[in-house]
Design a protein around this ligand. Structure first.
Ligand SMILES: [Mn+2]
Length: 176
């Protein structure tokens, strides 16, 4: 997957990020995994958090970090001791702005809702719930089997792929 972004006219790199985690209730995340793609360079990242990790993608002032509900990714960065990104674009905020006054009451603003709104490929809610339950389990990262790790990483990656598709549509509004 290597889809160019029109936002690359404005930034040296555009990185679409998602993480899976268990919220600890104290403003920090027990982060399971982080997936990301650099749309300019094409590098893909699939990181299972095992001990200390370093942020594998650029977060400097030349780079734009894109995520759906990006505040969660900022907490993930804080929780991992990673630097906070300099520039952030939240596809949930942009989707909300673009569809304000147009969404029906039963149309939410989550990633699956946004993909459905634009008739883009998406996981079904049930599949998503199942994976989120796995991420929320009350256990340490080293207690996940290799099958569970790859299932969660695959799910996390599918959210990155979904956010890339959503960004492609939103760019039509953001970069007219
Ligand atoms: Mn996710």
């Amino acid at each position: 997957m290597n889809k160019l972004s029109r936002l690359l006219d404005y930034f040296g790199e555009v990185v679409v990020v998602d993480s899976e985690y268990r919220s600890q209730g104290d403003g920090t995340h027990e982060v399971r995994c982080v997936c990301a793609i650099e749309l300019g360079g094409g590098r893909e990242h699939r990181v299972w958090v095992d001990g200390s990790t370093v942020c594998p993608y650029p977060v400097d002032d030349q780079s734009l970090i894109v995520a759906h509900y990006a505040s969660a990714e900022l907490v993930t960065h804080d929780s991992l001791g990673w630097p906070r990104p300099f520039n952030v674009l939240d596809t949930c905020v942009e989707f909300s702005a673009v569809t304000a006054g147009k969404r029906r009451r039963d149309q939410g603003r989550g990633l699956v809702d946004a993909l459905m709104y634009f008739n883009l490929p998406h996981l079904d809610h049930h599949e998503k719930d199942e994976m989120q339950e796995l991420a929320l389990a009350d256990r340490r990262n080293d207690m996940y089997s290799s099958e569970e790790r790859s299932a969660l990483l695959g799910y996390c990656w599918s959210d990155v792929a979904g956010a890339v598709r959503l960004l492609g549509v939103l760019e039509g509004y953001l970069c007219p």
